[in-house]
Design a binder for this molecule. Structure first.
Ligand code: FES
Ligand code: FES
Length: 162
């Protein structure tokens, strides 16, 4: 049986994309397989791990819990859109690097997106607030301390601005 198709226009990292998608296509699969932006990772596909987190109209959102068709007319930012220019990192990307905030890196794109949005709302967080904000993103490797240090370092150095 043919799946229903939808024509959508989505703005991703400032670029306008027009595509025809199956009604059942997940937004995470659309980003990774159709737009070839594989920085958005997929772990559980059940909204638990946070690896697929993107910014949807500026808000951190699990892209595995949305359909591509729902993104029609909306703004999406993926981890590929965080760096201010080629060859440069956002401040949070830089402090994650400096503080060794990753090991395997599978969780990292989702954490960067969640924490970028968090720092925009909470420019001077406490460690407890950072840990609470991180609770929606699972990391199997780091034990979180270095991620917390990176977020606090980014806040100390001026939020998420590059
Ligand atoms: S893959 Fe989306 S929350 Fe785990
Ligand atoms: S660095 Fe491996 S899951 Fe977080």
């Amino acid at each position: 049986m043919d799946s229903e198709l939808h024509d959508i226009v989505v703005f991703v990292n400032g670029t306008r994309y027009r595509r025809r998608v199956e009604a059942r296509m997940l937004l995470s699969d659309f980003i990774r397989h159709d737009l070839l932006l594989a920085g958005t990772h997929v772990g559980c596909e059940h909204g638990v791990c946070g690896a697929c987190t993107i910014l949807f109209d500026g808000l951190p959102t699990r892209s595995c819990l949305m359909l591509a068709a729902q993104a029609n007319g909306h703004d999406v930012t993926t981890v590929e859109g965080l760096a201010p220019s080629p060859g440069r990192l956002s401040l949070l990307q830089q402090t994650m690097h400096e503080q060794h905030g990753l090991q395997c890196g599978y969780c990292t794109p989702g954490i960067l997106m969640s924490m970028t949005a968090f720092l925009a709302e909470h420019p001077s967080p406490t460690e407890a607030e950072v840990r609470e904000a991180l609770s929606g993103n699972l990391c199997r490797c780091t034990g979180y301390q270095h991620i917390v240090d990176a977020v606090l370092a980014a806040a100390f150095r001026g939020g998420t601005k590059a």
